[in-house]
Design a binder for this molecule. Structure first.
Ligand SMILES: Nc1ncnc2c1ncn2[C@@H]1O[C@H](COP(=O)(O)OP(=O)(O)OP(=O)(O)O)[C@@H](O)[C@H]1O
Length: 583
């Protein structure tokens, strides 16, 4: 099953290369016979006094082919590895990207499998094909030796064959341990990589140097490496014991064979030597075959991890219907949510109706659940209980990609991509990536157009200085400028049905924040929008404001109503306003 699937993948990636590889394989197996026949013809022709040009040329060509077979085979395997590697990576990351939400990417078990799949799994298909060829080749060789020994002594042959059973069992057990090792060390390997990235990335360098943390994180990185090495060492030691045991067994059988042969009355010294040599050849042939099979078994294990990620079915609740434009309302009904089955409730019975064409502001203390709520609205997680409906239809009934296409969003944890300024904005609406007019319009709305124009290559400036192989000077932006870029990216979808803005102005200077708020206000006018902000002035004009506290909505209404009610919102608003008044 896995063997066929791996072979199909390799065939789809490089049919000509795979055909060439098999041809070389078969050719090199038959080459010694062809050479022997041609040599015989040459010698016969010479002995008979005939011209032997044909067979001589044949022998020469067979010699060249025999010489070229190894490098040609190596080249074809490398080429297959490159091609199949691309297909395997493409399918792996396609499967990861097809995960509809964030839950899987926050699941350590899934991340461990993914890490094995991304390292060993993507290389496995070619290793499996080559490994199968190795097993067949080693098997044929061993079978030849067994036949030779059987001709000398069928009993001895049966004994040597029977004695190879522990080798098979031992090698398979070793292979299973190696497969287990891959998953056991995946967590440590991921942590090691994390610490390694901290030590090498410029973003972390400021804090690491400021707080003198480089030695601390280097220690952590090496501790993870030692932890994984500890597991590896254990497995290596057990392998050493098994291998030594198998060696002792082979030596005992060889010795027993020698004693048996010497005790036979009819055997000459030459026959005894031949018997011992035949036993040794069978043993080494079988050992080669078994260890090739064990390697193949390990590769199949790595490939299973790759398949477990690639073939993972989409969650059953992911619907297929395309999400239509929002006409009436987006409604949250008795929504309960927690990130893990045994974790604390983050949202507790939230009811919220967001009428189409209106603006909703969400307010609350740190950790109240505001970002979680909007992530659920965007289909990043599924409600643990309750529902979110789009014009009365449960959001889960729709293909989640089509829901997201109806949304424009900027989140607190926005991304900075090592792409050009135009691309950083344009990817907000991929089909319009090359539409410079729309990109510039979004940049103007987000108030970042003048900053981009000042860059060395304007909109075509790479927003990173970490690459020097594509020509052109890269540039770095400030935190606030990056935030405006992220807002511009969201505004590429300014015609989206729902605009979600999670703290879009937190890093902006007061003037920029004022301008951005005014623009967002203009954009939100008549459009469905949800805006989270700790700066309550940005929410004053929202059609409704909800106050979240520990996952529950404790107040809702317009600014004037909430202010007049003198509750939580009013307290927050007045506290903020007081901060701007003279003491
Ligand atoms: N991915 C996650 N996995 C587990 N718990 C999470 C995750 N993200 C957030 N939480 C928890 O959920 C709670 C609510 O977080 P959330 O980010 O929604 O708060 P918030 O109201 O947006 O806060 P802030 O104002 O600080 O942005 C917090 O207690 C947080 O620890």
């Amino acid at each position: 099953m896995n063997l066929r699937s791996a072979a199909t993948l390799v065939w789809s990636a490089g049919p000509a290369q795979l055909a060439g590889f098999l041809l070389v394989l078969i050719g090199s197996a038959g080459l010694p016979v062809v050479s022997a026949v041609l040599l015989r013809d040459t010698l016969d022709a010479i002995a008979a006094g005939r011209t032997a040009l044909g067979p001589i040329v044949g022998v020469a060509l067979a010699g060249v082919a025999a010489w070229a077979a190894t490098p040609v085979r190596a080249y074809l395997v490398l080429e297959l590895d490159r091609r199949a590697g691309i297909v395997a990576r493409d399918r792996l990351y396609e499967a990861v990207g097809a995960q509809p939400g964030l839950s899987r990417l926050e699941d350590p078990g899934y991340l461990n499998r993914l890490s094995v799949a991304a390292t060993s799994g993507v290389r496995a298909p070619v290793d499996i094909v080559v490994g199968t060829a190795d097993v067949v080749q080693a098997g044929l060789l061993a079978a030849g030796f067994v036949m030779t020994l059987t001709a000398v002594s069928p009993v001895l042959s049966a004994v040597v064959l029977a004695a190879s059973a522990p080798a098979v069992a031992g090698q398979l057990a070793m292979s299973r341990r190696r497969i287990r090792l891959l998953t056991e060390t995946a967590g440590a390997a991921r942590r090691e990589m994390f610490f390694e990235s901290l030590l090498t990335e410029a973003q972390a360098a400021v804090e690491l140097r400021l707080f003198g943390l480089t030695g601390f994180f280097r220690g952590r990185m090496l501790a993870e490496r030692r932890r994984a090495d500890g597991h590896r060492r254990q497995v290596d030691r057990r392998d050493l014991v098994v291998q030594t045991g198998l060696g002792v067994l082979a030596a005992l059988i060889g010795g027993a064979g020698l004693i048996w042969a010497a005790a036979q009355p009819g055997l000459s010294a030459g026959d005894v030597a031949l018997t011992v040599a035949a036993i040794a050849a069978v043993q080494s042939g079988l050992a080669g075959c078994v260890s090739a099979a064990a390697r193949l078994h390990t590769e199949l294990g790595a490939y299973r991890h790759w398949r477990s990620v690639v073939d993972e079915p989409r969650p059953p609740s992911a619907g297929n219907h395309a999400c239509p434009p929002l006409r009436q309302a987006l409604e949250v009904r008795d929504l309960w949510f927690r990130y893990t089955p045994d974790g604390p409730w983050v949202l507790r019975g939230v009811d919220l109706r967001i009428e189409a064409g209106t603006s909703t502001g969400v307010v609350g203390a740190n950790g109240a659940g505001k970002s979680t709520l909007v992530k659920l609205l965007c289909g990043m997680y599924e409600p643990t209980r309750g529902s979110i409906t789009w014009d009365g239809v449960d959001l889960r009934a729709y293909d989640v990609d089509t829901v997201r296409r109806r949304m424009g969003a900027v989140f607190q944890t926005f991304m900075s991509y090592d792409l050009t300024a135009a691309e950083n904005i344009g990817i907000g609406d991929l089909p319009a990536l090359g539409d410079r007019v729309r990109v510039e319009q979004a940049a103007r709305l987000a108030d970042v157009d003048p900053a981009i124009r000042r860059l060395p290559d304007g909109y075509d400036t790479l927003l990173s200085r970490l690459y020097d192989d594509e020509g052109g000077a890269g540039a770095y932006l400030s935190g606030g400028q990056w935030q405006r870029i992220a807002v511009a990216r969201a505004l590429m979808r300014s015609t989206a049905d729902v605009l979600v803005l999670d703290e879009p102005s937190s890093g902006l200077d007061p003037e920029a924040e004022g301008r951005l708020n005014a623009r967002i206000h203009g954009l939100r006018d008549g459009r469905t929008s949800v805006l989270i902000s700790h700066r309550l002035s940005a929410l004053r004009d929202a059609d409704q404001i909800v106050v979240l506290e520990a996952g529950e909505i404790v107040e809702r209404g317009r600014h004037a109503e909430l202010d007049a009610a003198g509750g939580r919102y009013a307290t927050l608003f007045r506290t903020q306003a007081a901060g701007y008044l003279p003491a």
